[in-house]
Design a protein around this ligand. Structure first.
Ligand code: HGA
Length: 610
């Protein structure tokens, strides 16, 4: 959360900052601001609201300069208004600070600063950083590296999470530091960049340095010096990123989300690409972990990734017969989980920066677990802390409501299940071959599922005024129901609940009346008949059923008011094709209701605060 961009070089800094922020707006859109050095002074412009509000102001007030920093905010401390927008400056405007994270001890620090005569203009935790740096800076006259030294000293006093960028009008360098919140440096020729995430850098460079926790850096035109928090130089690898610029743009679609929904067949091909080997009845995942070491798995994740993990639980338990527990990461950490060295903790995260997941993973590691990350973003924090990573290869995901990353996570979890099953001897050769054959067909089947868009749009039209929605699914389709409800909530703001279908009669059935649309996942499976009975129960109480059924299933048509057909596949892979119409239903409903699909209220992507 929160997007940071910094630039020092020869281009128009304001343009670079605004272009970068546009690509990071998925990280927060409560306010935006820039500080650019113009004629020897840092000029600050910041505005509550989306980046476009700041963009409009910048049309009239040009800020010509070649050195600056910018921010798009997801508020944690203080309302989303102009004064709380970043950058925060010292009273004389010499120093500007941008921060992503939470300074947990900001209150006592602020009290001290107030007592020493500082005046505050915001309610944020972040502003203390500007004042503290000013004090340290002023106490270091004439010393070389004065700004970086001042920042270093301040960082000894604060605790919490930060990606921090600092600019001073007298030094054409950006001082940066990170602990917990991500920061990437982009390397150019005669210019250098800083950003929270790679998409902001793609128009200019693909050579990047991912800073690690506890790193600081001084970024100038001439180069980049990385040190630890004590000032000792550290070597960081320069990584060549392979994401294309086009992948981070809308490509003619009205929304990133729709573009990403349509990208799913290709994404799944990338996830599975080169990894399926029917001839050996196995997958090649390039993992070093020893499957014989583990007798249980803990999957930890948040939001959509949690539902992908839940699907993974069914896959792994069915194919590899290892008990899998799945936990919401923010709960796992505090429940004192029973973990030993025979536990494999699997952390699933698109960004690889999700702080709850990272902390839960650390907890498992502390207790002796082996660790595996199922991650999209190369070089991200989780990938650096786990024993092994299974990359999902979804490319940059910009839509705040995740779609293609979910799809890629499902593909990755299915492969992991096969790999574990083969290694443990629980998945017979012939069954593995058959399952891999089904996996290989999936990208084409997802393409077919997308062809239902017009039909789904028609259903969305019929029900978009509903106040509530219910989603039901059994076994491996229960998580699909939850993911469908989450998508609808996230972008249309319609209240949606999900339940395992069999659980409905234990309570939620009381909600059913003729105004309640109930989406039932009733694809072919050994439990098909049971789910059909649940549909009958809904119908008997006047509920309106939208069934997601396997093509050719005429029975479903008899019982449901609306049926969305999805292609036939192995029942353990049904979530992959079934989630597509649910994503489209959420999308079409949100558009009909005039919602901001790519930037739904209160949300942001890549959740780096607890
Ligand atoms: N605490 C700061 C930064 C918020 C943030 O990083 N969000 O993800 C603020 O509230 O402005």
């Amino acid at each position: 959360m929160c997007g940071i961009v910094g630039y020092v070089g020869f281009r128009n800094a304001t343009d670079v900052l605004m272009e970068g922020l546009k690509r990071l707006e998925y990280r927060g859109y409560d306010s935006a601001g820039v500080a650019v050095k113009v004629g020897g002074r840092l000029e600050v412009l910041k505005k509550a609201g989306k980046l476009s509000v700041l963009g409009d102001v910048l049309k009239d007030e040009k800020l010509p300069g070649h050195f600056g920093i910018g921010h798009t905010r997801w508020a944690t401390h203080g309302a989303p208004n102009d004064p709380n927008a970043h950058p925060h400056t010292t009273e004389d405007g010499r120093i500007a600070v941008i921060h992503n994270g939470i300074i947990e001890n900001y209150l006592p620090l602020k009290e001290g600063l107030l007592a020493r005569g500082h005046h505050f203009t915001s309610e944020t935790d972040s502003e203390v950083l500007a004042h503290l740096i000013e004090e340290k800076y002023d106490a270091l006259p004439g010393s070389p590296g004065r700004l970086v030294e001042a920042v270093r000293q301040v960082l000894q006093e604060v605790y919490g999470a930060y990606a921090l960028v600092v600019a001073h009008q007298d030094h054409e360098e950006i001082v940066v530091a990170r602990t917990v919140s991500p920061l990437v440096i982009g390397l150019g020729e005669g210019e250098n960049f800083v950003a929270s995430d790679v998409p902001a850098l793609l128009p200019y460079t693909r050579r990047v340095i991912f800073l690690h926790d506890g790193d600081m850096a001084v970024v100038s035109r001439a180069g980049v010096e990385v040190t630890d928090l004590r000032g000792n130089p550290v070597e960081r690898e320069v990584v060549e990123v392979d994401w294309s610029l086009e992948a981070a743009e809308k490509g003619g679609h009205p929304h990133y989300m729709l573009k990403e929904i349509y990208e799913q067949p290709r994404v799944l091909e990338n996830t599975l690409g080169g990894r399926l080997h029917e001839e050996h009845a196995n997958v090649e995942l390039d993992l070093n972990l020893d499957p014989a070491r583990y007798d249980r798995i803990h999957v930890i994740a948040c939001g959509t990734a949690y539902y992908a993990g839940w699907v993974g639980k069914y896959l792994i338990e069915s194919l590899a017969r290892i008990p899998v527990e799945i936990d919401v990461a923010s709960e796992y950490r505090y429940r004192d989980p029973v973990v030993d060295e025979r536990t494999l903790a699997v952390a699933i995260s698109q960004s690889g920066e999700t702080i709850d997941t990272l902390e839960a993973l650390r907890e498992a590691k502390r207790k002796g677990a082996g660790t595996l990350g199922v991650i999209n973003a190369k070089g991200s924090s989780i990938t650096r802390e786990v024993d092994d990573t299974l990359y999902i290869h979804a490319g940059p995901e910009i839509g705040v409501a995740s779609t293609k990353a979910y799809m890629a996570m499902l593909g990755a979890m299915a492969m992991l299940a096969v790999w574990l099953g083969r290694a443990r001897g629980t998945l017979a050769e012939a069954d593995a071959k058959e399952f891999l054959g089904e996996l290989r067909k999936l990208p084409r089947l997802v393409e077919q599922a997308l062809e239902q868009r017009a039909h789904v749009a028609h259903i969305a039209e019929k029900y978009h005024q509903a106040a509530d929605y219910l989603f039901l699914g059994r076994h491996i389709q229960a998580p699909t129901a939850y993911e469908g409800a989450l998508k609808l909530k996230e972008i249309s703001y319609i209240h949606a609940e999900a339940y395992p279908a069999g659980e409905m009669k234990h309570g939620p059935i009381a909600l059913i009346d003729e105004r309640l649309p109930v989406v039932v996942l009733t694809t072919d499976s050994p439990f098909y008949e049971k789910t059909l009975s649940n549909i009958q129960e809904v119908r008997a109480r006047g509920g309106r059923v939208i069934a997601v059924a396997t093509e050719g299933d005429l029975e479903a048509r008899r019982f449901a008011q609306d049926v969305i057909y999805v292609p036939r596949t192995h029942h353990l892979l049904a979530p992959v094709v079934s989630v597509v119409p649910l994503q489209l239903l959420a999308y079409e409903t949100a558009v009909l209701l005039g919602r901001d699909v790519d930037q739904p209220r209160n949300l942001a992507k890549s959740v780096t605060v607890e």
